[in-house]
Design a protein around this ligand. Structure first.
Ligand SMILES: Cc1cc2nc3c(=O)[nH]c(=O)nc-3n(C[C@H](O)[C@H](O)[C@H](O)COP(=O)(O)OP(=O)(O)OC[C@H]3O[C@@H](n4cnc5c(N)ncnc54)[C@H](O)[C@@H]3O)c2cc1C
Length: 273
């Protein structure tokens, strides 16, 4: 038998989490079911309408932590880049129940929506009975399965910037074309204004303890024209090669690094660098 609490509102959920830090938030259960932890008490979030909203704000699209992948695929507010990544997650049955909050809360560097949140520079809203705080996704992941999430907190919302996402590149490399967990995943964004690179972002998923994004290295070409960026390309590639310390998974670290560098180069070339 599964033990747990079924709050009727987010406020009630936060109160339960505050009084019993050990309860485990349960959204779609697609990761938790596989873990099959014994003797735990769950906090069922799947009935909370407050967590299921997708809203347009001035600068951001807000995705509730309880929004499922299927719901996102049917929404006009979700950017095609996120839809492309989400459409590659598992099969419809998992997409129907799996949520963004669960994808983040599971703490895996293979989580397909998390890669997109990284490259976009998304922020997470974390709530407790004491109040809320906004955390940059880059700062939220501290290490393997280590999150900047206090015992009394829940993830309630993800904020994705509305601007700067249109010129994107995305590749998921799995063991097969469909129903595959990422072996390597890459997402890149570039925006060019008045002939200069206004922003460039590159994120690598499934290759280390957390998704990798090196904002200081991105800075090597931000502000440059494409010609100027080409002139520093070899230095840029060498810096990425140097920085990427990858872990072994089902495939070797060397394989992963080669694939990462090939995808990064392909992204730069496709975008004119
Ligand atoms: C067959 C199969 C295939 C899969 N394929 C993919 C794939 O291709 N790509 C991919 O990215 N994932 C994949 N997954 C993993 C999983 O489906 C996703 O990670 C999904 O997003 C988890 O969401 P959920 O709502 O089911 O999370 P749950 O299982 O309910 O929870 C996952 C974790 O997040 C925590 N959590 C949930 N909600 C919150 C919250 N609001 N605040 C704080 N913590 C929270 C839970 O406590 C738990 O630790 C697959 C899983 C299965 C079983």
């Amino acid at each position: 038998m599964v033990n747990g609490y079924r709050p009727a509102s987010l406020q009630e959920a936060l109160e339960i989490k505050n009084n019993m830090n050990t309860v485990v938030p349960y959204a779609g259960g697609t990761d938790l079911m596989v873990e099959n932890r014994k003797g735990v008490s769950y906090l069922f979030l799947n009935g909370l309408e407050e967590l299921k909203q997708i809203k347009e704000e001035e600068d951001y699209i807000s995705i509730g932590a309880g929004v499922t992948f299927t719901q996102a695929l049917g929404s006009d507010l979700i950017h095609p880049l996120m839809k492309e990544a989400v459409s590659r997650i598992a099969a419809p049955a998992i997409r129907n129940t799996g949520t963004f909050g669960g994808n983040i809360g599971n703490g895996s560097a293979k989580a397909d929506s998390v890669l997109i949140f990284y490259v976009c520079g998304a922020k997470l809203r974390l709530a407790s009975v004491q109040g809320e705080r906004l955390v940059d996704i880059n700062d939220f992941y501290i290490g393997r399965k280590k999150l900047d999430l206090r015992p009394e907190e829940l993830i309630t919302e993800i904020l994705i910037p509305k601007k700067g996402l249109d010129n994107y590149y995305y590749k998921k490399v799995g063991g097969r074309n469909a129903l595959a967990i990422s072996r390597v995943a890459f997402a890149g964004l570039i925006s060019i204004e008045e002939g200069r690179i206004k922003n460039m972002a590159a994120a690598f998923g499934a290759v280390s303890d957390t998704v990798l994004r090196f904002q200081d290295l991105e800075g090597m070409i931000i502000g440059k024209t494409l010609e100027e960026a080409k002139a520093v390309k070899e230095r840029l590639l060498a810096a990425y090669e140097d920085r990427m310390v990858l872990t072994r998974g089902r495939v070797s670290a060397e394989y992963r690094k080669t694939v990462c560098m090939n995808l990064f180069k392909d992204f730069l070339e496709e975008k004119g660098i």
